[in-house]
Design a protein around this ligand. Structure first.
Ligand code: GLY
Ligand code: MN
Length: 462
């Protein structure tokens, strides 16, 4: 466990108090089969379960009684067959004791606990499930079909958890910095390997191997591609080509499941062309500009749109955009180039708590998501920043041929875009620069010991 028992005890106590009444179900994850039942993906515990219990074993469920304060850890002790194949592990009772939970029982007790609560008309709080076996388990317990479970999840529980997990303690920040240090090694290795003839998949394999060789893993499938204009492009077996850009978006997740997330874009030939340099400088400037805006009390929405306006100004200088900057951004014209938000919350999930619902993680009563506009509709964050939030800062400029064609055909935002010039950028790809930002008491700072090179002269003289 990453923290002392008392940390988990305190976190659960706070959660019970904030939820106020009823029982709270917190599901751990199970092993997940890849191609037959006993051939499983690497086990990944649920982040919320880890946050409150710190236990990495599969097949556990935590139950908190918000009225009485009682707590259970439910799970089945392993049998001799498991011991023979997988080795001895601690008993469920010992695990409960290790994280300060008073009661333990076999998993079959869960249905009795839930039935009793329902018979007494008590609220059964649960989170939106994202794994199918949990959906089935939840259906057995509550009668709710999986299609109704996201809607039926407890908003009070989600909000209480988001409040706790969003603000990172110094120890959590230290763990994210450990992930950033591994990310540094991954990205500087990718930059070194970025040479004509080397394949995208080779680079992805080597850098993910760095994470695994430290007992860690990638925080998401690495994006290593000459087609940077595809936001989550998979690495292909294609060899890198002279003159193109390689976009590498990758991160590490420590053994205790805290994540880093960085992106660098490197010219395969070692030097940027004039056109690449012009676009790169805009992204670099926007990336650094975020640092001057982000601080406690500021809405991330305003940081995002501050950057969109700055990007628009500079794209106008290149002749790619035109017209009034504020009007262009209001119309969403900048989303032709940056169709995503400036950043997302980070923590134990690389998109922290995304499974709980972005509306609750990144928005609130004051800042609501805007779903009617392309680009703005996929912002993952808008609300005011607080000290202890960790955010990614990841502006990008992309040239997406299909999007150019569609907007041109519809005349969408035609008063703000120079479609003839855009046409000549269709083979450009995309550029993104990403680092991880801690909101401090009076501003913010990048996380990690050393900055992964991103200034043009550092990249060209690598
Ligand atoms: N680094 C991948 C993403 O933020 O979506
Ligand atoms: Mn990211």
């Amino acid at each position: 466990m990453l923290f002392e028992k008392e940390t988990y005890v305190r976190r659960r106590q706070t959660l019970r108090e904030r939820v106020g009444e009823g029982i709270v179900l917190l599901f751990g994850n199970n092993d997940s089969p890849a191609n037959y039942p006993s051939n499983v993906y690497k086990f990944r515990q649920d982040s919320t379960f880890l946050y409150y219990f710190g236990l990495h074993r599969d097949g556990l469920v935590g139950v908190l009684d918000a009225d009485s304060g009682e707590e259970w850890l439910l799970g089945d002790d392993i049998d001799m067959d498991d011991i023979v194949w997988y080795g001895q592990v601690e008993s469920v009772a010992a695990m409960a004791q290790a994280c300060g939970v008073g009661k333990s029982a076999p998993l079959s007790r869960l249905s009795d606990i839930v039935s009793a609560a329902r018979q007494h008309g008590r609220t059964v709080h649960f989170l939106p499930p994202y794994r199918h076996e949990q959906m089935i388990h939840l259906m057995d317990l509550t009668g709710l079909h999986p299609s109704q479970q996201r809607e039926g999840a407890s908003v009070a529980l989600i909000k209480a958890i988001v409040d706790q997990r969003a603000v990172k303690s110094a120890a959590e920040v230290a763990e994210i910095e450990r992930a950033c240090v591994i990310g540094y090694e991954m990205h500087t290795t990718a930059q070194r390997l970025c040479q004509p003839g080397v394949s995208e998949q080779y680079i992805a394999g080597v850098i993910e191997g760095i994470a695994y060789s430290k007992g860690c893993m990638p925080s998401f499938p690495s994006i290593v591609t000459m087609h940077g204009e595809i936001m989550h492009g998979n690495p292909s077996p294609r060899p890198l080509e002279e003159g193109r850009l390689l976009l590498c978006d990758a991160g590490a997740e420590t053994n205790e499941n805290y994540c880093s997330d960085h992106t660098r874009t490197t010219p395969v030939s070692g030097r940027f062309t004039q056109r690449q340099r012009e676009i790169y400088q805009i992204v670099e400037d926007c990336h650094d500009y975020a640092l001057t805006l982000a601080r406690p009390g500021v809405k991330w929405w305003d940081v995002h749109f501050g950057i969109c306006r700055r990007m628009t100004e500079q794209l106008k200088e290149l002749g790619l955009m035109k017209g009034d900057t504020d009007a262009a951004v209001e119309a969403g014209a900048h989303a032709m180039f940056m169709p995503h938000g400036l950043g997302h919350m980070m923590g134990m999930d690389v998109h922290d708590m995304e499974g709980l619902g972005q509306t609750y993680v990144g928005f609130d009563e004051e800042v609501r998501p805007r779903l009617d506009q392309f680009g703005t509709n996929c912002l993952r964050m808008g609300r005011r920043l607080q000290e202890g939030f960790v955010m990614s800062d990841e502006p990008g400029i992309y040239f997406i041929p299909a999007l150019i064609d569609e907007w041109r055909a519809k005349g969408h935002c035609a008063e703000f875009l120079n479609f003839d010039l855009l046409e000549t950028y269709k083979d450009f790809g995309g550029i993104r620069i990403e680092d991880d930002l801690l909101i401090t008491s009076d501003g913010c700072r990048f996380l990690g010991e050393q900055r992964i090179p991103y200034h043009i002269d550092e990249i060209e003289n690598r």
